[in-house]
Design a protein around this ligand. Sequence first.
Ligand code: NAD
Length: 489
Amino acid sequence: MDTSERLDSLLAPEHRNLLIGGAWREAEDARRFDVLDPADGSVLTTVADGSAAEGIEALDAAVAVQAEWAATAPRERGEILRRAWQLLQDRADDVAWLMSLEMGKPVAEARGEVAYGSEFFRWYAEEAVRIHGRWMQAPAGGSRLLTIRKPVGPCFFVTPWNFPLAMGTRKIGPAVAAGCTMVLKPAAQTPLTMLLLATILAEAGLPDGVLNIVPTTGASELSQALQGDDRLRKVSFTGSTGVGRVLVRQSADQLQRVSMELGGNAPFLVFADADLEAAVDGAMIAKMRNMGEACTSANRFLVHVDVAEEFGRRLAERMGALTVGRGQDDGVDVGPLIDDKAVESVGQLVTDAVHDGATVLVGGTTPDGPGYFYPPTVLVDVPAGSAINTEEIFGPVAPITTFTTDAEAIAAANDTEYGLASYVFTRDLDRTLRVAEALEFGMVGVNTGLVSNPAAPFGGMKASGFGREGGFEGIEEYLETTYVALPAP
Ligand code: NAD
């Protein structure tokens, strides 16, 4: 099967459209946009380009079934999620291939995302039946207090291109479990995985209208229309801090609940007592997972001066040995970046760092030829103030800066507007605890380069946003509380 035959076999042309109230529809005036193959820039297919008015129709559909959906048995909602989890296991190879095709990441990594992303469905299948309020005697004894948990209501989800499946399942899983309906706008670069997921959820028994999908190139008009509507009760966004600020502002008029998973600038601290082999292994994951296009990507390597040279050398060896190529080809470790703008911005950060005094150990040159490739790159002697240390790189570049004391390391790590992921490599338990407490980040990986886990609360502070996805905390974002005051019996 060639690429277009396999694509057709996975996602029928009628599913490359808007999904509103269970019906797959073309956009008004048959407007469509192109989905590109980042490995060569060619057009893979087109997808319906929804309008703001169609977004409101999607909200109409969500609102129409909200009450009925909220009244379904928790077990029933959980079983839909559990069936969808199973279908994702059964079709993991196909889902991974499609994700790799539109987003660029190697199929093996996309397979990892299917495992990770689908797990939110299994986790929240198990949480759906544990939603509960409480009953208590008032402290003064005279009355009784009852709390009731209810779904927050129709939600609007906006997801980014870098994890086309998992950034959706992290929102859909808890929303389904809680009994919310939703309108989802996938990133215009990668709508196909989400459309395929919608077919899988329908097959798993999700009722029409619970999940509506509006792919669009008019994200701003869509979000303004939806957030201007007082029937929408919640917005959950994953993406850049700039867009997050816009959506928070737009939430003010209707006072919508908001969850914001925004950018990061993760420090990766390697202390002198660290197991250097483990630190390099961790660095390879924290830096190279998703080609560095992750909000949790290690962005600044802060390494104790005594071990910096060896760490840099070993990391450069490993980075230099990676195979760059089309994500669907065998043996490829590093796929293309998402688009030409991404390659340009990563290249510019490297050029500026070198201009500021950094030295390139490996990589550092944008290759000629088609596709949006950038090579794994290690930079040493990077001045702390260089833009590559203050901005989110979102590419396969590891800038290394040295420190001498723990206090200096902690101050440097916290010296960012962001507060999402951070990483610490040390064998000293006291230091681990001291540093973990002092870091102003929502997540701290200790001697590991991977913090994401569906059972854990993923999220940040400061300019990385607020709210948590995953864990027991994740479902709270989709529940309201009504407190009922009662007299003593
Ligand atoms: P982006 O903010 O440009 O786009 C994210 C999504 O928002 C896309 O679907 C886009 O179409 C949409 N969007 C853009 N303008 C909008 C508007 N006015 N109204 C509504 N939607 C709008 O970000 P990106 O470049 O696609 O993704 C990369 C960014 O996402 C990085 O900054 C990264 O750190 C962040 N990210 C964060 C997390 C997290 O969980 N914290 C996860 C993945 C990515």
